[in-house]
Design a protein around this ligand. Sequence first.
Ligand SMILES: [Zn+2]
Length: 236
Amino acid sequence: MWVKVQRHPLCADSSLYPAHSHISGTNNGNQRTFRPKKSAPSGSKGAQLRKHIDATLGSGNLREAVRLPPGEDIHEWLAVNTVDFFNQVNLLYGTLTEFCTPENCPTMTAGPKYEYRWADGVQIKKPIEVSAPKYVEYLMDWIESQLDDESLFPQRLGAPFPPNFRDVVKTIFKRLFRVYAHIYHSHFQKIVSLKEEAHLNTCFKHFILFTCEFGLIDKKELAPLQELIESIVVPY
Ligand SMILES: [Zn+2]
C-alpha cells in the first residue's frame, strides 16, 4: 500500500510547529511514503504520550521535547518515540526513492570511508553487500517486524516490555542512523533541490538529541556524521 502522508509537524520548515494533526491531516501532495505509516504502540497510553510530544514540540524546544515526561515510564517513552523516528525516516527516504537506485547507489555508503553490509543475524548471518535501496529495504523491513512483534513492543496497556527492550531500541536507532548517514552523504544536494534540507535537519536534530538523552547509539557508529552531530549537540 502506498499512501500520501502529511509532513511530520516537527519537521516542518517553519519554526512554528502545530501542536496537533500529528497523525492525520491533509496531504501536502509532494511526499510519498516508502511504506505505510505505523501507529504508536500501547493504545491510549501511547496516544497520551504522543500528545505530550506534540505539545512540547509545539514550543519549538527540541531539547525539552526529548526528555522523559515526569512520572512516565521510560519504556513507553522509548517505544512511542521509536515509532515516530521510524516514520520520519520512512518519509524522508520516501522522497528519495527515485534517486537512490541500484545504479546511483550500488553500495550502502556513508561517505568514502564507511560502507555498510547487511545482516539481520537471523536469516542473513554473514554480512552481504547490497545496493543502498536494497539495504534500506532490508533495514526498514527489519525494524517494522520488530515494531509489529507484540512481545517486543506491547500494544496492550500495561503489558510488560521484555528485559532486552533497550537493546532492541538501540539496534533500531543504530540502523535508522545509517539511513540518515547515507542521505546526508549521498543525497544532500537532491534534498537541497527539493527544498527539504530544513526538514531533514530538524528531523535529524530531534533524532540526535533523543539519542544523546538516552545513550542509544555508540559513539563510533556516529562517526560518519560526527561534525554535524557536534554542531547540533555542542551549542546547548
Ligand atoms: Zn542512495
